[in-house]
Design a protein around this ligand. Structure first.
Ligand code: ASP
Length: 453
């Protein structure tokens, strides 16, 4: 397969994104949304249905993928102590990057004095929701019923159960071998399913983004340019400077290659605004494009999607300074330190789903005595900001996964450095069912039926 062809799906996904932005802008700016045909059949019809179907397909993959890959990860790790080290290192790095992210955001926002002298009247109403307290987060790590956690897609209890199951299989030893092999096969099958779902991404990404942009309040975006500008600036600094310095210093890997290969994951995160729904894509990219061994990625990726939210923390830092300035509240050093602590802790207990950052923000506001209804000020632009910050969140997950894997000797650097490794188009088995294997499968099924009869 030639190089040009190999790149084509990635290029198509990016094209889908840009076309989505353009079509969305056209619908938005020309007021086409007020046309009931465009509104009902195109934006809230076709775009909505295609986009939602795709997000559902991604979510469908998450639980079985995390379950089987973690079992394989634990069984393949060879040394159970390494599991503890991977857990400790990734937790420390996730917390550290989130704390740096929010501190940077606060410093930039304070230095620029955003929101000073703004009129409070523009606020839309917002009533806060509760984030789970830390004690409950800790208790909920242990599932009362693993099937219930799986059905709900609760990541931390699912991770806990899968790891414990893997360890138990190791302890049972030889007798558990068929089970381990079964999990390995199931993992491979799930990975193939990820590739199949990703192959329709260009169209779905287009639909998701076109709808988001078409329904976006552009006028709000303009009236909040100060907030949006500082927030996007801080997000970009974190992504391109902070995370890349951390990657280089802790792993020696090339930031340029990292940024090139992470693009697909970022587009998925951007269009779905959900780190959780992006897990299958992050996992595939980190293992097959970066060369991170599954024993590390199977843990660090879902763990990161749940506890690591650098982009979300940045939003909270900028929004806090912005709203404090609008309402003329002096938070002071201790107020800002509380904000940093609360945001880092809140990110542990909340899953990476759309809009969760606002819930965390209301908790932070209550803690430091800022008016929760002030969040109404930034509500109108939050969907777009959510999309951008989720792309930063998943980049953080991939950065930490790479650092941890490299430090544990669980990374194939030659795969990382190979531009063609693991591209979607390099998987040429999609769409080509093996006729011989198909026949064999049919024979096996037929003979099983005969035996049962
Ligand atoms: N949507 C973000 C995520 O899934 C969380 C948030 O910032 O609301 O990572």
């Amino acid at each position: 397969m030639n190089e040009e062809k190999k790149m084509s799906l990635t290029v198509k996904v990016l094209l889908g994104m840009f076309l989505g932005i353009i079509v969305g802008l056209i619908i938005n700016l020309t007021g086409l949304l007020s046309n009931s045909f465009v509104d009902t059949y195109i934006v809230n019809g076709l775009f909505h249905v295609v986009g939602k179907m795709f997000v559902n397909a991604l979510k469908m993959l998450v639980v079985p993928l995390v379950f089987f890959s973690l079992i394989c990860g634990v069984c393949g790790i060879g040394d159970v102590r390494m599991l503890g080290r991977v857990g400790g290192k990734s937790f420390a790095l996730y917390m550290m990057t989130t704390a740096i992210a929010i501190a940077t955001a606060i410093i930039i926002a304070v230095a620029l004095g955003i929101g000073k002298g703004m009129n409070v009247e523009t606020a839309a109403s917002f009533t806060g929701k509760e984030s789970p307290p830390l004690t409950q987060v800790l208790i909920d790590i242990i599932p009362k019923n693993p099937i219930h956690s799986m059905a709900n897609g609760d990541m931390l209890p699912l991770i806990f159960f899968s790891i414990l199951l893997g360890i138990s299989m190791l302890l049972v030893g030889r007798k558990a071998k068929p089970f381990v092999e079964g999990a390995e096969i199931a993992n491979e099958i799930m990975m193939k399913m990820v590739t199949i779902v990703m192959s329709v991404a260009p169209y779905a990404v287009f639909a998701l983004i076109a709808k988001a942009i078409a329904t976006l309040g552009i006028d709000l975006l303009i009236s909040l340019t100060g907030y949006v500008g500082v927030l996007v600036g801080a997000l970009m600094i974190h992504l391109f400077v902070t995370l890349m310095i951390i990657l280089k210093v802790f792993s020696g890997l090339s930031p340029a290659i990292f940024l090139k290969k992470i693009r697909n994951v970022q587009v998925f995160a951007f269009s779905t605004a959900s780190s959780n729904a992006t897990i299958p894509v992050t996992m595939r990219t980190v293992t097959e494009r970066f060369g991170v061994n599954n024993s590390v990625a199977s843990f660090t990726v879902p763990f990161g999607a749940t506890i690591n939210m650098d982009g979300t923390a940045i939003m909270q830092g900028v929004a806090t300074v912005f709203i404090a300035n609008v309402y003329n509240v002096e938070l002071g050093i201790s107020g800002y330190l509380t904000v940093i602590l609360m945001s880092v802790l809140a990110s542990v207990g909340t899953a990476g789903v759309p809009g969760v950052g606002l819930i965390m923000l209301s908790m932070v506001f209550t803690q430091v005595g800022l008016p929760v209804e002030g969040i109404g000020l930034v509500l109108g632009v939050d969907r777009l900001m959510d999309m951008i910050r989720t792309a930063v969140n998943v980049s953080g997950d991939a950065t930490v996964s790479s650092i941890v894997a490299k430090s544990e000797g669980k990374m194939d650097v030659s795969i990382f450095n190979d531009p063609a490794a693991g591209t979607l188009d390099s998987d040429d088995t999609i769409g080509k069912l093996d006729i011989e294997v198909e026949k064999e499968m049919a024979e096996v099924i037929e003979s099983t039926h005969k035996r049962d009869r």
